[in-house]
Ligand binder design. Sequence first.
Ligand SMILES: Cc1cc2nc3c(=O)[nH]c(=O)nc-3n(C[C@H](O)[C@H](O)[C@H](O)COP(=O)(O)OP(=O)(O)OC[C@H]3O[C@@H](n4cnc5c(N)ncnc54)[C@H](O)[C@@H]3O)c2cc1C
Length: 506
Amino acid sequence: MDAQIRNIVIVGGGTSGWMTAAGLSRVLGTQNYTITLVESEEIGTVGVGEATIPMIRMYNDLLGFDEDEFVRQTNASFKLGIEFVNWRRVGHTYFHPFGTIGVDTDGVPFTHFWQRLLALGGSDDYTRFNLESQAARQGLMGRLTDGNPIKLNYAFHFDAALYAGFLRRYSEARGVVRKEGKIVKVNQDPQGGHLTSVALEDGRLIAGDLFIDCSGFRGLLIEQTLKAGYEDWSAWLPCNRAAAVPTERARLADGSDAPTTPFTRSTAQEAGWQWRIPLQHRTGNGYVFCNEYVSEDEAIGKLLGRLDGKPLKDPKILRFVTGHRRKMWDKNVIALGLASGFLEPLESTSIHLVQVGLAKLLTYFPKRGITPAIARRYNDEMLAEYVNVKDFLIAHYHVTERDDTPFWRYCKNMSIPDSLKSRLDLFAATGQAAVLPTELFKEQSWFSVLVGQGVLPRDYHPVADAVSEDEVRLRGSRMQAAIQARIKPLVSHDAFIARHCAAAAM
Ligand SMILES: Cc1cc2nc3c(=O)[nH]c(=O)nc-3n(C[C@H](O)[C@H](O)[C@H](O)COP(=O)(O)OP(=O)(O)OC[C@H]3O[C@@H](n4cnc5c(N)ncnc54)[C@H](O)[C@@H]3O)c2cc1C
C-alpha cells in the first residue's frame, strides 16, 4: 500500500455517506482524487437523525452553505438546547442549553458564583444566567451577529433525508460520482487483506485505494469483511430499540399551528425516553426503550398514545446495540456513522461523531500508503470521543431520584465506569467536572445535566468567596440584566423562519 491514494470509495448514501462525500470533495477536491459513492435505494437509509448540536454549523460553514438556504431545503428549525422532562423525577423539568452560563471570572466558571448566590438565598434557577434558556422558554430566535460577546448559540432540527439530498447535490456538483446498486461481494488483497474493490449485484466492479464504510449498522466493510469486533456498552446504556413516527404539526385548540419550539424535548418514560423534534412542516417523535422492560408492540402503543399531532406514517422500529467497533480504522477501511458504532440519540451526538471522524480522517489523510501508526492514532482519538459521550449519557440515567419502574431501578443501581464515577464524586464535592479541552461536553453541560438531575455540589471554588456578598449579588443581577437586554432584538421562532428561511409548502 505504498502507492499514492487516488480512488476513494464511499459505501453508503445515508447522512454519513453524503457528509463524507461533501467534506472530501470540498477539502481534497476531485482533481487529484476520484471519489465514488455507492448506495442502494433498495436497502435504504435509517432516515432518522434530526437533532444536532452547534458544531454542525462549522461543517456547514466549511462547505460554504448559505444557512438560510440550508434551513429552507432541509425543512429545518432552530435548536437552543434540550428540555428534559421527568428525568430527575416525574413532574420535574430542566433545560440543558447551548451557550454559556454567566461569565467566568479569573478562569472560574460562573456556576461557582451561582452556588454562592444560592447559599446566600438566591434562586436555584441557573437558566436565568443563560441566554439560550431564556430565548427557548419564550420561543424566540435571532442571529445576534453584532459585536456583543453574549451571542445566541444554536443548532438545527432537520429532515435527515433532505439533508442527505442537499449534500448529494453539493457533492455531485463537485465531481463525486454516485453509483446505484447493491454490493454483494467485497474483494481483498490476498496478502495483506486490504480491500481492492466492491462488486455490485449487476456485476459492476468498483475498485478503490481507500474505502469509507458508511453502510450503517451492518458495517459491511469494517465488520462483515474485516471483523473489527464490537464493544458492547448496553450494560450502561440498556436502551436497544426505538419506535419512531412523524406527526403533523401540533395544533392549538382553535386549530391554528402551535408555535415551533426552538428546542428538542426528551421525556423520560417507564423504560426509556421519548423525543419530540419539531421541523417546519412536521414533528419527529420516537420512544427509545429497552426491550427487556417493554415489548416492541407495547412501546409503539405507548408512543402513539403520547403524541401531540396526527401520525403521518405507521411507526417503525429500529434495533441497535449501544457501543462501538473495536477498530474504526482497519487496513484501508475507515468506518463512519452507524457503521462505526452507536450512542443513542439522547444528546444528538451521532451526526456530530460523523463530523468528528471526517475531520480526523482529513487531519491524518494518508497521501501515500497507510501506516498502522495513522490507524492507531485515529482509533485512539475516536475512542476517546465515544467514551466521553458515553459517560455523559450514562449520567442522565444513573443520577436520578426515579425508582418507580424496574428500568429506572436498574439504571439508578447499575455500576458505572470508573471515569464517570470519579467525575461524579468530584462534581458532588467541588462543583467541578474536570473537563479536558478535547472533550465535547464542557463544564456548563455537565453542570446543567448534573444539577438538573438533582446533584447540588457540596462546595464551590474559593474565588467565588473573594468578593463581598453585595458584590456577588450585584454581579448576578447585572448578568441577568445583560441577558434580558440581549433577548430584546429576538423575534418568535416562527416569525424568524418565515422572514428568513421558510421551506416551500409540502
Ligand atoms: C433511533 C435513532 C435516532 C437517531 N436520532 C439522531 C439524532 O437526533 N441526531 C443525530 O445526530 N443522530 C441521530 N441518529 C443517528 C443518525 O440517524 C445516523 O447517525 C445517521 O443517519 C447516519 O446514518 P448512516 O449514514 O451511518 O447509516 P444509514 O442511514 O443506515 O445509511 C447506510 C447506507 O448504506 C447503504 N448500504 C448498506 N448496505 C449496502 C450494500 N450492500 N450495498 C450498497 N449500499 C449499501 C444504504 O443503502 C444506505 O445508503 C439516530 C439514530 C437512530 C437509530
